[in-house]
Design a protein around this ligand. Structure first.
Ligand SMILES: [Zn+2]
Length: 503
């Protein structure tokens, strides 16, 4: 039996902690009474935490399965995995083989009664961090792309990929495919005409026998994605200006935007989304050449953006629930649509494919958000509270405060009974409302006190208080937390919602 120290570093950078330092931290976690055990180091350099396909990690897991490992120590939880599912799976294996697990930075330990639960919660936030700071995490990938190197993916219509060597690094470059480039020019020119819709363009291509690279035929979605792709544009100063105005992260100097070279787009892959928010993206000026003049490319962007404003588009930022709602009847996602006064959700099976009759009741975005907000808040609170029952320290004090909370709740409920009885005049109701407000504040204060006591009695100072964090979260954070917690929200024909939780 031995103690395993595991370290991982995806790429060398100033703000990342080296393998050696990580191992030192881990070593410091070995207790004096454990000194008789052998210690083995495992390290994966140049591997990301997005999956567990890492040689040393796999080697370690093999030894665990052979029952050779007593304990695994890591510097930080995200060194093991950035995927909650992988992590939880791994914990299950550790449990099966009685392997203890310790993370030095989060000061926690699976042999403590709530270690495992806290562990899951921490992973939620590791995942949250990953989704919210996308650009920072994509380190290796980013580095390649910043140098203007090809960083993977299929070839796009209009270009072939050829092997090349740039700065001593083997990579690929985009070389114009003459025949396809003519088609690309044609597509942009046709769509830049004011009267041509994506649908008309699609029909036109079908008639002319122009086929896409992948799949059987063009769809408006595919065409939207193609027209949106800056790989086709001969990037000049106007293009630089366009992306700058859209807050896109631009890699390259403005002087190099000379109307010859094209641009590669990096960011979330938005396969089905015709339109993407440029501000989440990064563009890199390439060495290869553009096909379409910047004026025509920009004309097409303006048209696409207008369509987006007109409606039934998949704008990503209208609700933090976007993409989560699913129609129970047809299984398609529900998208947000701008009504005259309020935004609401519609089944895309109904709007786009005409195969579904949709949901009877109008589901307003703000109503749905409000409802889910409460569910998430409760969910996170329940995660916090399950700790309460088992925290010995401070538990007497917490109990006293809880009694106070109960008292306040009783007062509140009799107040609302009185208000609802209908026997009071407006003035009296106003007075009672004022009183209710005070009581609610009082209750909140007590709950905060409980939170604080819990935190002080816990080793994990930052991780608890998810519900508090949730209440303070902004749009982006909400979206990220919601993504982690909720798999989907299924809406039946009558508009009833069922939440499918990830955890
Ligand atoms: Zn439907």
């Amino acid at each position: 039996m031995y103690i395993a120290l595991y370290a991982r570093q995806s790429i060398e950078r100033d703000n990342s902690i080296s393998i050696e330092t990580q191992l030192q931290y881990c070593n410091g976690m070995i207790r004096p009474d454990e000194k008789l055990y052998d210690v083995k180091n495992f390290s994966d350099k140049g591997y990301s935490g997005k999956d567990t396909n890492r040689p040393d990690f796999q080697r370690l897991m093999k030894d665990i399965h052979r029952g050779k490992v007593k304990k695994v120590i890591v510097y930080k939880l995200d060194r093991v995995s950035r995927s909650l599912i992988d992590f939880v799976d791994m914990l299950a294996v550790f449990k099966k083989y009685n392997v203890e697990f310790i993370s030095s930075q989060e000061c926690f330990d699976t042999s403590s009664p709530y270690g495992e639960m806290i562990c899951k919660l921490l992973m939620i936030f590791a995942e949250f961090e990953r989704t919210s700071i996308i650009n920072r995490i994509r380190d290796a990938y980013d580095k390649r792309s910043d140098m203007g190197l090809y960083s993977g993916g299929r070839r796009v219509y209009g270009y072939n990929l050829e092997d090349t060597v740039i700065n001593g690094i083997k990579t690929k470059k985009f070389v114009i495919n003459k025949k396809e480039a003519e088609h690309i020019k044609y597509i942009f020119e046709v769509y830049s005409q004011p009267s041509v819709t994506l649908r008309l363009l699609q029909n036109n291509l079908l008639e002319n026998g122009i086929k896409p690279l992948y799949g059987v035929d063009w769809t408006t979605g595919k065409l939207g994605t193609l027209l949106r792709n800056p790989i086709y544009v001969k990037a000049d100063v106007d293009i630089y200006d366009y992306f700058e105005r859209n807050n896109t992260n631009i890699v390259g100097n403005i002087e190099d935007f000379n109307g010859k070279h094209n641009i590669q787009l990096y960011g979330k892959t938005t396969h089905d989304k015709k339109l993407t928010d440029w501000s989440d993206m990064k563009i890199v000026l390439l060495q290869s050449h553009g096909i379409v003049d910047s004026a025509i490319w920009l004309k097409c962007q303006r048209k696409l953006e207008q369509n987006k404003q007109i409606g039934n588009s998949l704008s990503n930022n209208t609700s933090w629930l976007s993409g989560k709602l699913v129609c129970a009847k047809c299984g398609h996602t529900m998208t947000t649509v701008k009504g005259e006064t309020r935004k609401y959700f519609l089944c895309t099976g109904k709007t786009h494919k005409k195969t579904c009759t949709g949901v009877k009741q109008t589901i307003y975005v703000e109503d749905m958000e409000e409802m889910i907000d409460e569910y998430i808040s409760n969910k996170l609170e329940s995660l916090n509270l399950s700790k309460v029952h088992h925290s010995d320290e401070n538990s007497a004090q917490i109990n006293i405060i809880k009694l106070k909370v109960k008292e306040v709740e009783q007062k509140l409920s009799s107040l609302s009974d009185a208000i609802l009885s209908g026997s009071l005049n407006e003035e009296m109701i106003a007075v009672l409302n004022e009183r209710a407000k005070k009581l609610t504040e009082e209750k909140r204060k007590y709950l905060n006190d409980i939170d604080d006591l819990l935190i002080s009695s816990s080793n994990v100072k930052e991780s608890l208080n998810f519900s508090k964090k949730w209440n303070k979260a902004d749009f982006k954070e909400r979206k990220a937390i919601c993504n982690v917690l909720i798999k989907s929200i299924v809406i039946d024909g009558l508009g009833n919602a069922e939440i499918l939780w990830n955890i």
